[in-house]
Design a protein around this ligand. Structure first.
Ligand code: ADP
Length: 640
């Protein structure tokens, strides 16, 4: 029989398929099953208006058979079938199918032209059979036709097509599995367990039964009896057809049919998580884009768990056919902890064959779902604050990173989800903080340290608190960056209690303070020189300290907290970064008076020792290590 040639474009795709080093070859089965399912859909639809079809809904099925000796896998359906013309048009040419779109994607992006690794992120249809087969035979008969068609191809060199006998309408796709190579054991696809596993993984929710002959071991009587007169039993292998897919996915069923508890059970089983999810969200959207979604916010941080489950686990389905196991294109990273499934018929036959990044429908679904997730979280925040705090402990960091990501693109969307400590026990949203502000308060105050307790104990906080103002106590290095990103909240600026001018002083007080600083200039310079110019940028008289003698702050945007964070940074340069240190002294404190007395009495050594001690104490209060602990201890002992 003369071979017909594939069109040039098909040939190139076919070449890619055949020579693909792509590791995810297993998707071929999903593709062939999807085609079979579509063909059944078409005939079933036709039967609504054509009673000659003669099949009831329960008569339709997809059958998978294996012949190990012949090394073939056959996927048969009793769907609409193809005429010879259609077989040639559909299988011999990449016409309007997704495969064509796939090819245009490949061609439009020169840089990625040879990057075949993207195959399999989406389906490429019928051609994927050639990833595992060296020959594909299609025997098909179109509904209403007398004769069947036999189409056969061994790959890029073309195909043959001829009339043949076939007793019913439908299609058999016979894949002749390649010989094993060093890299790939193609023969494993001939194992029933493997095929069953692939059906479960990718095609579990195809709505027509997928039937395979499955062999079980059974105990059967041998016909003989033992000495007590009981029938003797033997183990025999029994092979019987079995439907291997579960067909109707839980998320396709209505809320009336499936309780939330059942969804939770499904989550725990499928996602291998023993903890109840914090949020169960079910969406049934109909409109420009229709989809069903069942999403969960885990009850614990899955990354810390030992479950071995991956962080992202958002499965994307199109009509029950798995397109992607971990779809990272649907939700932004700040919601990457959300798990579950999204199923949309509108992704339709095409999406599995399209590059997902550019898919508009997917974007719409993603945006809608994000709004709903945010809504659920806000509801939890309002109705069950302890639960929200647990959620925040587990996943708050994702939201904070989201606020800082992409130059604040998502800040507006996410800012209402933020909560901060205002004491060791309570956390507030920015809105709550703002609503709680006394009239006299002009700014939102924050103090940052390694723990909330430590931040609260900072001497600089004392005055702010004494005025009845709340302080946000930040205990994570990213928190300061989050506030910097926000800049303001409801027109109120964020002020770092530890480093910034709190603006509490009246003009007169300021003037008096300046005069006092000028008066003490010589002594302040002396303190700085005693500690060492290289360590200390400035020594000032503090306007913030009430009962403490001193504190360490910084000037400029690089704070002590950032310095601490960068100390564990990946590069030496980062680890060496230092904030410009400012030692603030309380002019009304005994310690300051003591230095002044020693200095005035001409005992400069003693004044210098005391300066060094104060500096070391300020470092300790700020949560920094004292550089030379032994020297510090000796200095303190000298005072006794
Ligand atoms: P797509 O499914 O995106 O159109 P495919 O390469 O998977 O691309 O299939 C090409 C076409 O071949 C299908 O659109 C369909 O018309 C036809 N086809 C494939 N398999 C079958 C089948 N089992 N029964 C009937 N038609 C089929």
């Amino acid at each position: 029989m003369a071979k017909k040639q594939f069109k040039a474009e098909s040939k190139r795709l076919l070449d890619l398929m055949i020579n693909s080093i792509y590791t995810n070859k297993e998707i071929f089965l999903r593709e062939i099953i999807s085609n079979a399912s579509d063909a059944i859909d078409k005939l079933c639809y036709l039967s609504l208006t054509d009673d000659k079809v003669g099949l009831e809904r329960e008569d339709y099925r997809i059958r998978i058979t294996v012949d190990k000796d012949e090394r073939t896998i056959t996927v048969s359906d009793n769907g609409i079938g193809m005429t010879q013309d259609e077989a040639e048009k559909n299988l011999g040419v990449i016409a309007k199918s997704g495969s064509y779109k796939f090819k245009s994607e490949m061609d439009s992006d020169e840089a990625e032209k040879d990057d075949i690794s993207i195959i399999g992120q989406f389906g490429v249809g019928f051609y994927s059979a050639f990833m595992v087969s060296d020959k594909v035979t299609v025997i098909t008969r179109k509904y209403g036709e007398e004769k069947g068609v036999r189409w056969e191809s061994t790959g890029a060199d073309g195909y043959t097509v001829a009339e043949c006998d076939k007793y019913n309408a439908g299609t058999d796709v016979i894949m002749h599995i390649k010989e094993d190579t060093d890299e790939e054991i193609y023969g494993s696809y001939l194992e029933i367990w493997k095929l069953k596993m692939l059906v479960k993984k990718y095609s579990d929710y195809v709505r027509w039964p997928i039937v395979m002959d499955i062999t079980h071991q059974e105990q059967q009587p041998t016909g003989e009896e033992d000495k007590d007169g009981n029938p003797k039993m033997q183990t025999v292998n029994v092979t019987a057809p079995e439907t291997v897919n579960s067909m109707v996915p839980i998320w396709q069923r209505s809320k009336a049919e499936v309780t939330d508890e059942q969804c939770v059970e499904w989550y725990k089983e499928t996602m291998r998580d023993q903890t109840d999810p914090a949020v169960t969200l079910r969406v049934n959207a109909e409109g420009t884009v229709s989809y069903k979604a069942m999403l969960f916010v885990p009850g614990k941080d899955i990354d810390n768990g030992m479950s071995g489950a991956t962080k992202r686990s958002l499965k994307l389905y199109c009509n029950g056919v798995l397109i992607m196991e971990n779809c990272d294109k649907l939700l932004h990273e700040y919601f990457e902890f959300v798990r579950g499934v999204v199923d949309s018929p509108d992704l339709s036959l095409n999406i599995s064959r399209e590059v997902l990044q550019h898919n508009r429908q997917l974007k719409v679904i993603g945006q809608n779902l994000e709004k709903k997730i945010k809504g659920e979280l806000e509801k939890m925040m309002k109705d069950d604050r302890p639960k929200y705090e647990t959620f925040w402990k587990n996943f708050g960091i994702h939201i904070k990173c989201g606020v800082c990501d992409e130059y604040g693109r998502y800040t507006e969307f996410l800012k209402d989800l933020l909560i901060f400590y205002t004491s060791e026990e309570s956390q507030m949203t920015l809105k709550e903080y703002s609503d709680n502000m006394p009239e006299s308060q002009k700014a939102i105050y924050y103090a940052s340290a390694d723990t909330v307790k430590h931040a609260m104990s900072m001497p600089q906080c004392e005055e702010v608190r004494s005025r009845g103002y709340d302080i946000l106590y930040l205990d994570h290095p990213i928190d300061e960056t989050v506030l910097m990103q926000l800049k303001m909240f409801e027109g109120k600026p964020f002020v770092n209690v530890l480093t910034e001018d709190l603006g509490f002083q009246t003009d007169e007080e300021k003037k008096a303070a300046e005069e006092k600083t000028t008066e003490n200039k010589e002594l302040l310079d002396f303190v700085r020189e005693s500690v060492g110019d290289e360590k200390l940028k400035q020594v000032t008289l503090s306007s913030k300290l009430v009962s403490s003698s001193c504190c360490l702050t910084s000037s400029g945007p690089f704070t002590l907290e950032m310095e601490k964070y960068f100390r564990n940074g990946p590069s030496e340069e980062m680890r060496q970064m230092r904030a410009d240190r400012v030692l603030e002294l309380n002019a009304n404190h005994r310690a300051f008076a003591a230095i002044r007395d020693a200095y005035d009495a001409g005992d400069k050594d003693r004044a210098a020792d005391m300066s060094k001690i104060l500096y070391a104490q300020a470092e300790l209060i700020a949560g920094l290590e004292v550089e030379d602990a032994t020297a510090y201890a000796e200095l303190v002992c000298k005072l006794f």
